[in-house]
Design a protein around this ligand. Sequence first.
Ligand code: KG4
Ligand code: ZN
Length: 339
Amino acid sequence: MRKTVNILAIETSCDDTSAAVLEDLYVLSNVVSSQWVHQSYGGVVPELASRDHERNILPVVQEALCRANRTLKDIDVVAVTQGPGLIGSLLVGVNFAKGLALALKKPLILVDHMQAHVLAHFLRDEENRSSPQFPFIALTVSGGHTRLSVMHDYFVSELKGETLDDAAGEAFDKIAKLLGLGYPGGPMIDKWAATGNPDRFKFPHPQVQKYHFSFSGLKTAVLYFLRENVAHDPAFPEKNKPDIAASVQKTIVDILVRETERLVEDTGIFRVALAGGVSANSCLRHEMQRMLQRKGAQLFLLPLAYTTDNAAMIGAAGYLKYIQGMVADFSEGAFARHP
Ligand code: KG4
Ligand code: ZN
């Protein structure tokens, strides 16, 4: 019988320092330390993020080992996010992981953050979830990316569409900022929308090529909409926060659901998996479920902890790469954008 593999995974691509320990695909621990320093700036300040990762990484790794009831001696493989993300933040994680792998004389696995978001669907834990079978459609929606792909295998995907400008998460964050809801905006819009009327205000849908997305027009439309209404009533945004949040959220969700529906129809692939921070959105989860149920298709949703950035997903991708022999060369470094 094959020996199980203990993986230590590290994720530092943006503003969360995270470490996880996995036994094969089973999550033993998943520690995420969020940086609050950025809140007062209304967005992530890259320089402050790198400094915070530097301070947090050792305690976060120690905590992950402790919660998993493992020591460094038990670790067989070190996995880390290579990119895309903030280069200064990525370098903290990559260099820490390289040092650790060298000291432990263990293999290093460099992981693509966007692949890992989708591969989170193969994580195992005490909840008994089923993973999607190949081929399946993946809608990956995060702060930096909006992608619709067909997954043929763990590392074989066909990109069908992506955003031409802002990502879905970026749209949530920027519009939340216009509404004065704070950062990160996605969860705040989700919260305010809970008591709002999504049909009260109408915002335009982009006219772009099939399977593609565009969200910068929506941001501009909301900006003009607020300006116009504030001219008549300065308290307009304050008085109508729930309805504006619900209407904006519904517009973003309708755009995401519509393109996914088209891809399901055109490919005849009846399995859809959502991944990335925006897949935590309650309206997206609900509306996607409704659309797919109508079609008799299956939706795969992640527990919320695996939607936003976390090291467990890096561990899943790390394990799957390791068993396929996709081990890194120590001369490889981090990348901010896909080469
Ligand atoms: O995947 P992620 O944690 O980091 C990136 O790889 O970018 O995604 C972060 C994005 C942010 O834009 C955040 O506002 C959004 O995910 N987000 C949400 C929700 N939770 C996080 N957007 C809408 N509704 C949510 N509940
Ligand atoms: Zn992410």
